[in-house]
Design a protein around this ligand. Structure first.
Ligand SMILES: Nc1ncnc2c1ncn2[C@@H]1O[C@H](COP(=O)(O)OP(=O)(O)O)[C@@H](O)[C@H]1O
Ligand SMILES: [Mg+2]
Length: 301
């Protein structure tokens, strides 16, 4: 099946400032795709360009095979979007805003909408002007999750939500996935992305620096090894695949090892008589920090 969304060497300048330098990725049907990077990296700018709110300076994006800029109107009928900064109409109640957002997208208030209002614990009788950031996000989330769409785009949707509500959000995203919908989720909460996303793009200063599944990214990275042996761990530090070697005692150490050399390293260790061994694959946070730390030059040994 064709990709739901493709972004091809997208660039965006604001005056002289190049907010997007080179953004390329695609989303497969039925996939939850994570878009991660710190504040200012270009996540929202990418999403606004995808939605046809901003016109790209160079490059191209397509959604459902149509051009994101030229065909925005027809694309939007099949998209549900929750912006990072949810602005509501201050004098409408939360419930009125939800119904209004739904109608703007050609949708209706259904039993599902009521269910979502309950699950997100939202008081819809209050005026939108009295809402906190989290409540404004809930309004947009309720409208999005009760919409029938093929692609759901969430721009840092949980930044104002408490952990309980974040769980509701995650449950709803997984429910969408189960019905074959595609999701683009921008986030800087790595645990959220780690738990939910099939594939991930990491963005740094307007450039995609890595795209793939967490497993693929792990294959490019290093695991942490804690080991205790009977004989001294001499010579280990000198192995090319071993990094950040720290000996606690002559027979006890912690170090990181390149993913492709784990087997070989364990063979070496077993000759020294292993009494204890744990290997921990990198978390998304480890990977993320590693990519970000590479900026100034070679990474540490
Ligand atoms: N309308 C705009 N005019 C000028 N600069 C902008 C505009 N929108 C975003 N930027 C700049 O582009 C960069 C990327 O911003 P943004 O896409 O909002 O990042 P993120 O969503 O990853 O936090 C930032 O440096 C931001 O200040
Ligand atoms: Mg943003």
């Amino acid at each position: 099946m064709a990709d739901v969304l493709t972004v091809d060497h997208l660039q965006k300048k604001f005056g002289k400032f190049q907010a997007l330098k080179d953004i390329t990725f695609s989303i497969h049907p039925g996939e939850v795709f994570g878009f991660i990077g710190p504040n200012g990296a270009g996540k929202s700018t990418t999403i606004r360009t995808l939605l046809g709110i901003l016109r790209p300076t160079a490059g191209r994006a397509t959604i459902f095979g149509q051009d994101a800029w030229a065909d925005a109107v027809s694309i939007h009928k099949r998209i549900a979007y929750v912006p990072g900064d949810v602005n509501l109409w201050p004098n409408l109640s939360g419930g009125e805003v939800i119904d209004f957002l739904l109608r703007l997208n050609g949708q209706w208030h259904t039993a599902r909408t009521d269910e979502l209002i309950k699950d997100f614990d939202l008081d819809v009788s209050k005026k939108a002007r009295t809402y906190s950031k989290g409540n404004r996000q809930k309004v947009a989330l309720v409208a999005a999750f009760s919409s029938q769409a093929d692609l759901y785009i969430f721009d840092e949707p949980t930044s104002g939500l408490d952990p309980l509500m974040e769980e509701v959000f995650q449950r709803e995203v997984l429910a969408l996935k189960q019905t074959g919908k595609s999701v683009l989720l921008s986030s800087h909460i790595l645990s959220e992305v780690e738990r939910m996303c099939d594939r991930i793009a990491i963005i740094r200063q307007g450039e995609i620096i890595e795209v793939g599944s967490l497993a693929e990214m792990r294959q490019l990275s290093r695991s942490t090894v804690h080991v205790t042996t009977q004989q001294p761990l001499t010579g280990l530090k000198a192995l090319p695949a071993v990094h950040q070697f720290k000996a606690k005692t002559p027979t006890q150490a912690v170090f990181s090892v390149d993913a492709e050399a784990i087997g070989q390293t364990i063979t070496t260790l077993s000759r020294l008589g292993i009494t204890q061994l744990t290997t921990t694959p990198p978390t998304l946070e480890d990977l993320f920090l590693r990519y970000y730390n590479q900026e100034g030059g070679k990474d540490e040994q």
